[in-house]
Design a protein around this ligand. Structure first.
Ligand SMILES: Cc1ncc(COP(=O)(O)O)c(C=O)c1O
Length: 382
């Protein structure tokens, strides 16, 4: 029995009729761009996050970029973030004209090491962009405190953290803006690309609304040059159906994570994810750490078990960011993490049997390693 890394077919099977009906409604309305579905989904997603406003955009990258622009970030500014993220986080910063400034991570949660932020702040720093990696919120209270002290904006990258919580507040609702991706594999995913910005600031919401639609607030009245970054009606219709399932799907992800945690408890070579006390992790990814990562991944692949690397090379060591002048050893925790982390199969519909299969193959791998080491020792007369 193989185990897929991710399987959307199971999810769609359970809500097929609702999805079909929602799509049919859009087809019947013949309104495909910025119609009633986008409006109602925005309202429901804002309520879900506990924010006053939500503005749908074309993808998560644009959510970040337009949120940064709406917060006034641009040329000459510096924005602080982490190097162990998907490149979209930093693309969004650079595309506003601002400079990316990296801070290393906490090796236990893999999120920004808050104690290292202040030393990176100077007169050009305008914002902190914390990432809620793998579905666990960054330590937001101290981040907000630093932001208040230095008068900085906070743009949350919540692209992997739909429904996650920090001290009972939803990820994305704590900073000046929260940005989400609806890429199909996310905890809340569309049938293509999609994204959204949430905020309590009416002006910021208004600016994102203007930027996403060619800088206009009224047809053919362009206050600024914007872009075309609208959430489609079809995607909003699907997301509206799926949003109703999100809490339950996150509950099932947490149940699956807890099963992995229990079953891996006595595997000394594996570090399971730590859920911080202040956080409710929604396990967009279930990521373990091990010194034998590459060999283990190969072993699992040979057994038909899907795995992933998120992410194999930190951004400061990528060709695209050579111009920043960073090098090996600059962010040691992020670098170590990139070499050791392995994402295991994780989705709501994953069965107990499948989790047991993954863990039994992990155990078999380490038992085999031990046998090989013993044989080598005996061979050497040890
Ligand atoms: C952390 C993070 N930020 C930003 C993005 C960008 O989202 P999108 O692919 O919707 O542009 C993603 C999505 O993969 C992500 O994981």
């Amino acid at each position: 029995m193989g185990v897929p890394f991710f399987d959307l077919k199971r999810q769609h099977g359970s809500i097929k009729n609702e999805l079909n009906a929602a799509l049919q409604q859009v087809m019947d309305s013949c309104r495909f761009v910025l119609g009633e579905k986008v409006k109602s989904f925005e309202k429901e997603f804002a309520a879900f996050c506990g924010t006053d406003f939500a503005v749908g955009v074309a993808n998560g990258t644009d959510a970040l970029r337009l949120a940064l622009l709406a917060c006034g970030i641009g040329k000459g500014d510096e924005v602080i973030t982490v190097p162990n993220t998907f490149v979209a986080t930093t693309e969004a910063i650079s595309q506003t004209g601002a400079k990316v400034v990296f801070v290393d991570i906490d090796p236990q949660t893999y999120n920004i090491d808050v104690s290292q932020i202040e030393e990176k702040i100077n007169e050009r720093t305008q914002a902190i962009l914390p990432l809620h990696l793998f579905g666990q919120p960054a330590d937001m209270d101290p981040i907000m405190e630093i932001a208040r002290k230095y008068n900085l904006k906070v743009i949350e990258d919540a692209c992997q953290a739909h429904g996650a919580e920090y001290e009972d507040r939803k990820a994305g609702s704590i900073g000046d803006t929260g940005c989400f991706s609806f890429y199909p594999s996310k905890n809340l995913g569309a049938f293509g690309d999609g994204g959204i910005v949430v905020t309590n600031d009416e002006e910021v919401a208004q600016r994102v609304r203007m930027f996403r639609d060619h800088g206009q607030i009224k047809k053919y009245e362009h206050l600024v040059e914007g872009t075309n970054s609208r959430l489609d009606e079809m995607q909003a219709a699907i997301l509206e159906v799926k949003l109703r399932m999100l809490d339950e799907w996150n509950r099932l992800r947490r149940r699956n994570a807890s099963a992995y945690d229990d079953l891996l408890q006595n595997v000394n070579e594996v570090v399971t994810p730590l859920e911080a006390e202040c956080a409710k992790h929604v396990y967009h990814l279930y990521v373990i750490k091990t010194h034998r990562r590459d060999e283990l991944q190969e072993w699992l692949t040979s057994k038909g078990i899907g795995t992933g690397l998120h992410y194999p090379l930190p951004l400061h060591l990528q060709e695209a960011y050579q111009y920043l002048g960073c090098g090996e050893g600059d962010f040691p925790k992020a670098e170590e993490c990139a070499k050791q982390i392995l994402s295991l199969p994780m989705f709501p519909e994953l069965t107990r049997e499948e989790i047991e299969k993954v863990v039994s193959e992990i155990k078999a791998f380490f038992a085999r390693r031990q046998d090989l080491s013993l044989t080598a020792l005996v061979g050497r007369g040890g």
